[in-house]
Design a binder for this molecule. Structure first.
Ligand SMILES: Cc1cc2nc3c(=O)[nH]c(=O)nc-3n(C[C@H](O)[C@H](O)[C@H](O)COP(=O)(O)O)c2cc1C
Length: 195
């Protein structure tokens, strides 16, 4: 049934949201984290699978380590870049750890391989690829639900996908199962600058 009240609430959240990359140190109460997780759990997911989770990081030391892990990986990856692109890439790379001042990181973690990988010897028609693309889009849905939930509570956020450049290293540092990947890093907090 048509409900303008719901639409107006969503509209307010949608227009208020913008990517924030510098945060105040103020901590996020646990009850708000639980509320955000409750909404994230309602996210659609390809194949009805729910084999994902959100890892929480609110320890400043760990947040710094994650930043360093990403910076190190960027250096390694960019050694292969052409000289004339180096400055442009370096300028862009700071967006890969634009969560560094946040009091809380919410990290959607997923299993990148779907069940179809067992059904075929090879993938000439792209069935496995389609399955895996569905999983990537699904974890992006989880990230977006997380963002909208946090924004609805008055927090600011950003969808930091660049951090995935060091997905394996981050998974290893956080002691997450090796067959998992991070879908994004979502910093949650209050914007440093008045918006
Ligand atoms: C899939 C995806 C990946 C993104 N990756 C990053 C990122 O790595 N770092 C970052 O600072 N912002 C990232 N963003 C945020 C975009 O830069 C931002 O949404 C865009 O500039 C529009 O600005 P707005 O979010 O304020 O409307 C990402 C957004 C999306 C949807």
């Amino acid at each position: 049934m048509k409900n303008n009240l719901l639409f107006d609430s969503l509209k307010t959240i949608a227009h208020k949201r913008k990517s924030i990359r510098h945060f105040k140190t103020e901590k996020i109460p646990r009850e708000d984290v639980e509320k955000i997780m409750e909404i994230a759990k309602t996210s659609p997911y390809a194949g009805g699978r729910k084999d994902w989770e959100i890892i929480l990081v609110d320890d400043l030391n760990t947040i710094n380590i994650l930043k360093d892990i990403i910076k190190k990986k960027i250096e390694l990856v960019y050694t292969g870049a052409k000289n004339e692109f180096r400055q442009m890439l370096d300028d862009y790379a700071k967006y890969f750890y634009s969560f560094e001042t946040a009091p809380l990181l919410m990290i959607p973690v997923y299993k990148p391989r779907g069940g179809l990988v067992h059904a075929f010897e090879s993938d000439p028609y792209g069935a496995i690829k389609l399955d895996e693309e569905g999983i990537i889009k699904s974890i992006a849905c989880v990230a977006m639900m997380t963002i909208l939930a946090a924004e609805s509570l008055g927090y600011n956020t950003c969808f930091v996908h660049g951090a995935c450049i060091a997905s394996d290293e981050i998974v290893s540092h956080l002691n997450i199962k090796k067959n998992k990947k991070i879908g994004a890093i979502i910093p949650v907090g209050y914007a440093q600058e008045a918006l």
